[in-house]
Write a protein that binds this ligand. Sequence first.
Ligand SMILES: *Cc1c(COP(=O)(O)O)cnc(C)c1O
Length: 411
Amino acid sequence: MSHDEAARRDREDALAPLREAFALPADTVYLDGNSLGALPKAVSARVQSLLADEWGQDLIASWNRHGWIDLPERVGEQVAPLVGAAPGQVLCCDSISVNLFKLLATALALRPGRRTILVEAGDFPTDRYLAEGLASFLGEARCRVREAAGDQLAAALDDDVAVLLVTEVNFRSGRRHDMAALTRAAHEAGALALWDLAHSAGAMPVQLDACGADLAVGCGYKFLNGGPGAPAFLYVARRHHDAVQQPLTGWLGHRSPFAFADRYEPAAGVLRYQAGTPSILALRALEAALSVFDGVALEDLRAKSLALSDFFLAAIDAEPACRAVTVLTPRAHGERGSQVSLAHPEGYAVAQALIEAGVIVDFRAPDIVRFGFAPLYNSFADAAAAARCLATVLAEERYRAERFQARARVT
Ligand SMILES: *Cc1c(COP(=O)(O)O)cnc(C)c1O
């Protein structure tokens, strides 16, 4: 029985004690850490001391005394080992959207004879919107966007592609790309590779340096647990430093902001990708959240993530009522991220019925229910409970209730 089996797996799980580092509500199975990571207990204490001792007491002196000014860089160095980046290449700042603008412009500047940004059809909309926004801003003579299906990206690389922009783990299907192979294909075609790590950083090892990635962005509030609206991060491979000036030339990307010079001169290295004043409250929260990863081997995290989703898939395979859903996520480990996506014609209402029963999932149009497994805090008991609840919702057709039909603004 999967309940006993789950209890046994949790007892044998060496990472299980990490759950204690998080404040999770009782009686809730939280499977939406791929959308908003849970609250690490260390964040509350750190933000309290920021308010009381730093902002509250030392006021503006804190920029120097408490190193506020260096936080984007320092928190970037905490993220670096999670994404396989040697020091000096990662900065925590702004949102993924804003960072994409900076990095896509950088890529075009590094490939002056080429115009095309190649994107994956069905990738996260903001990635595509930003590419199209940049293209319409620069004009068709300088930039255009072309899309290809995920398995056609390598074949679609031609001598006009300046940059391949792709999310490692697709937000809808949970399918994972082979970063090393696609990066190699981009380079063979003379293009750069820009990776979006929103659904991989913090859930599995990422090897930006080893794969030869050129540029990357990632999310602070998903698997890194930095809190709602946490700063994102960006990565620029060292070999591209200093060759290009990114277009959002704000004062904090200046080599000497407090010289207040009339002429903009970019800072050395990745620091030039900073634009305006960073949110110190948000960076302190992310800094504390990242401390949960100290001493955790990413290979172990990945192994647990796959074990959780395997366990969940086996549990729904065993439930006759679950034949009503289609599994969109690939079963092969190498092709899977840290979520399981199920399609059902009444997907939105199914998700609402699960949430009402205490299993927090989310919905992505048109018909996808996502079960995100955060290996730092999710348990096998969570996976078993979610499968059982899904079977009940489907068997009893609970999703047909009127109250599950009306859509909220955030799904
Ligand atoms: C969550 C997510 C984003 C979020 O972008 P923001 O600008 O930080 O809100 C971007 N891309 C992908 C693939 C995502 O999953």
